[in-house]
Design a protein around this ligand. Structure first.
Ligand code: PEP
Ligand code: MG
Length: 473
């Protein structure tokens, strides 16, 4: 029980996935099963592992692949307790640099460890495109192939001797024998830290992140900064919102990794597709068209105030800007700016050390905001286009619903007109931090229309930089 409590509290202080694991450990059924096994005379570690395996097997048998994929999370959380009991459960060897791992399953934490030790690629027998391990690998830029791919000569991968040189392509989902003389497999992870100039103008090519591991990936891929730090990802699976001091510590840990690179911290974007557990949001009331993002924060000013204070405290000696999600009206942008000023005043009044944000901005994710960009620009220092939501709201098509995915056409007349007009009228610097920024052709279009910062999943950075440089001759 001590090991369990110790592991749980350690995981609760960790990144969002660790916190999700902590929540799994608090499952009363799991504890009851372990106690039953203890009563049957098993040792503590065996009793615990039997309960974990039973819970994982039950999940793995579920018909819904999303539920089945959680079996590996239960095993990973369970093995953290074994580690607390002194059993070595680190399954990732120390010398995986440049290696491709073949595994039936890996936990998200194991993917991070594999990346930190220089691993180059993963072939995962079981898992879905949205399982945690796959999402983590994507954010870290580790090529990952799902299923049981055969080599072009028809041989099963499992039949290939360890040590064989392989080439993995996560985009095409293929694994091949590496051509003779090929270099180590991690070539695709080479970063590009050089700045980009287009027609003499400096373009910031930045990363979207939501964890310390992604901050490290941003640095590895040569990000000039972070254009979007999604703070809700630091809180998603927590039973309670972290208090001000915990938020300062979480942010400082990420900012330390990023050094002197500029970072735009976005305040909580709860609701819509981001169900922050601690807030117990209602899918209808807080849905895509409901009280989400800045709307929710303005209705809960104490949460916004605490978060803005934490950001200003964590920003000491660092380059931090702050921005708000889901703004529809210029009035909301003014209220956000006033909330920033209010947080700074309260820190100054009590003599708490803090730093002014370098800039205050709002996101443009709603057509109403795009059409009034000039009005929004009068009360903030920059606008950042969230193309994921802007496409969704422009075409009235849910970004999470595959049945309407074809409507989210970034080349359609409506969105082109909206974006051109917004770039032309903003009157303040315009950034882009939605997925479209990662597409080299669209990135070049944005730059040609005056956008000064593009922010994207870190692994996309080298390619976007390369194409932008090409465009500048
Ligand atoms: C967006 O909507 O484009 C965006 C960057 O924000 P998120 O994906 O976090 O909603
Ligand atoms: Mg958004």
């Amino acid at each position: 029980a001590d090991a369990l409590a110790g592991t749980e509290s350690r995981l609760r202080r960790g990144d969002p996935l660790s916190q999700a694991h902590a929540a799994l450990l608090s499952d009363p059924g799991l504890r009851a099963d372990a106690e039953t096994a203890l009563g049957e005379g098993w040792s503590a570690s065996t009793a615990w592992w039997r309960a974990v395996q039973a819970a994982a097997a039950e999940l793995a048998a579920a018909e819904d692949p999303v539920v089945a994929a959680r079996a590996v999370d239960v095993r990973e959380a369970g093995s953290a307790v074994l580690a607390e009991l002194g059993l070595d459960v680190d399954r990732i060897p120390a010398d995986v640099a440049g290696a491709i791992v073949l595994a039936d399953e890996l936990g998200p934490g194991e993917v991070t460890t594999f990346a930190e030790r220089g691993g180059a690629g993963i072939v995962l027998g079981r898992g879905t495109p949205n399982s945690h391990a796959v999402v983590v690998a994507r954010g870290l830029g580790i090529p990952l192939v799902l299923g049981d791919p055969a080599l072009p000569d028809g041989r099963a991968l499992a039949a290939v001797p360890a040590g064989t040189a392989l080439a993995i392509d996560g985009d095409r989902g293929t694994v091949e024998l590496a051509p003779a003389g090929a270099g180590p497999a991690e070539q695709s992870r080479v970063g590009d830290p050089e700045p980009v100039f287009v027609a003499g103008r400096r373009i910031t090519v930045a990363a979207n992140i939501g964890s310390v591991a992604e901050a490290r990936a941003a640095v590895a891929f040569g990000a000039d900064g972070v254009g979007l730090l999604r703070t809700e990802l630091l809180m998603l699976d927590r039973p309670h919102l972290p208090d001000e001091d915990s938020q300062v510590a979480q942010l400082a840990e990420i900012l330390d990794v990023l050094g002197d690179r500029p970072v735009v911290v976005r305040v909580l974007d709860a609701g819509g597709d981001k169900p922050v557990r601690a807030l117990q949001l209602d899918p209808q009331h807080n849905g895509f068209l409901g009280v989400r993002g800045l709307r929710w924060l303005l209705a809960n000013p104490a949460v916004l105030h605490t978060q803005l204070r934490a950001i200003s405290r964590a920003g000491i000696g660092r380059r931090v800007s702050v921005m708000a999600p889901m703004v529809s009206l210029a009035r909301e942008a003014r209220l956000f700016r006033a909330a920033v000023d209010d947080a700074l005043r309260s820190l100054a009044a009590e003599g708490t050390e803090h730093a002014q944000p370098e800039a205050v901005g709002v996101m443009v994710e709603v057509p109403a905001a795009a059409l009034a960009a000039d009005e929004l620009g009068t009360s903030v220092d920059f606008l950042s286009i969230g193309t994921n939501d802007l496409l969704s709201y422009t075409f009235a098509a849910d970004r999470t619903e595959p049945g309407v995915a074809e409507l989210l056409d970034p080349d359609a007349t409506a969105i082109r007109r909206l974006l051109s007009q917004l770039c032309e009228q903003a009157g303040v610097p315009v950034h882009v931090c939605g997925e479209l920024a990662a597409d080299p052709q669209h990135a070049a279009w944005f730059v040609a229309h005056g956008v000064s910062e593009l922010s994207m999943a870190a692994p996309r950075i080298p390619e976007v930089k390369r194409v932008l440089r090409g465009g500048s001759g």
